[in-house]
Write a protein that binds this ligand. Sequence first.
Ligand code: DSN
Length: 480
Amino acid sequence: MTSTDTRKTAAFASALDVIAQVEPRVAAAIGQELADQRDSLKLIASENYASPAVLLAMGNWFSDKYAEGTPGRRFYAACQNVDTVERLAAEHARDLFGAEHAYVQPHSGIDANLVAFWAVLAHRVESPALAEAGVKNVDALTDADWQRLRRALGDQRMLGMSLDAGGHLTHGFRPNISGKMFEQSSYGTDPSTGLIDYAALRERARAFRPLVLVAGYSAYPRLVDFAAMREIADEVGATLMVDMAHFAGLVAGKVLTGDFDPVPHAGIVTTTTHKSLRGPRGGMVLCTEEFAPSVDRGCPMVLGGPLPHVMAAKAVALAEARRPEFAGYAQQIVANARALAEGLLRRGVRLVTGGTDNHLVLADVGAGGLTGRQAEASLLDAGLVTNRNAVPADPNGPWYTSGIRLGTPALTTRGLREDELREVGELIADVLAATEPDADSKVRYRLDPRVAERVRARAAELLAVHPLYPEVQLDLGTRG
Ligand code: DSN
């Protein structure tokens, strides 16, 4: 261990000791979480492992500050240090992504999307409606003005990717507020290829005339042509908004460039910071100058007070993503996903679109008679952490599903490479083949215990070769 490693161990060990003096069960649970993560092959496409520097940036007295407003213009006193970290995070984000403006306060991806939706409404609808009502300031609206404004907002339309094609709940679907703020319509994928059908999307956009065209996904394994999306948005007078939460790390690492980089093409880009970007849990909005004033009103319009400790960690993570080695990491994520797909295909697992160009693979387990829920549970029995996901036109709906979503950002952080991911694909296929669904249940199944044992043992070997946080050596057994 280097002296830096020793200091990292000391930092986490001391933190746990201090916590244990107040509530040992919390310290024990934190330690157990590390042990559990160390012992499982994590293939959840939206998760990752943040660096010790990112984790440590969150555990401090920045957590005690209120800082509504923006740097230099706060509603609270003594925010000079919060200003420093928020400015740093925004500067790193602008430079890393080539964005005109960055707003780093959102607490999550949903929050970032809400800020973006409100910014489009404010920019395109609220301001003209207010002007028409003769009102300069939203705070001065009378009840009648509000009613007029609500009617204007209520007419607005959003076009987003359908959920079963890989879209996200926050792109205008009913269980989310976006589905109440906007009248929604969806575009899907071509049933024969599984790819976005841009011609059909153009037709849909022409007929529907959305205010916002949303691109981005949580379960689409291919590239999206954002230049084509922008052309369609312009043609129908919509704002193109891209939710790059899943693939922000691939944009940061310059794997997605040109037509596939959303930032030059979209008016507003939202993201989380904890997925392929490998930062703290949180959100962020990038936009053109045109939207900046509305985006900066995110708090208090739709956000609670910013979290300065998380903004500090965002600044650290974004600084890490600006290092040259991050590009290698991003390329490896994609190479690993391709290898994972090869391993699965080699053993006959059906993949939506037949493969992948990004960080995720969507396996259709319905063909083998399983629901996604059975496959997810069976894989977990064998030590493989995945999550079930709907596939296009899924006969089992969004709860049981017929798919398993697999992603490589976390295992790539851990150091696994193509040969190992190919083998992981084969292990997954072996578990699926050894899982018998109960005839009358979408939940119960039987996994051949010999296969489970073999896969668990091999997974443990792979994990031992690539230890998680090897520089953090804690005596986890003595806690709690
Ligand atoms: N929960 C994230 C995911 O798993 O894709 C997105 O909301």
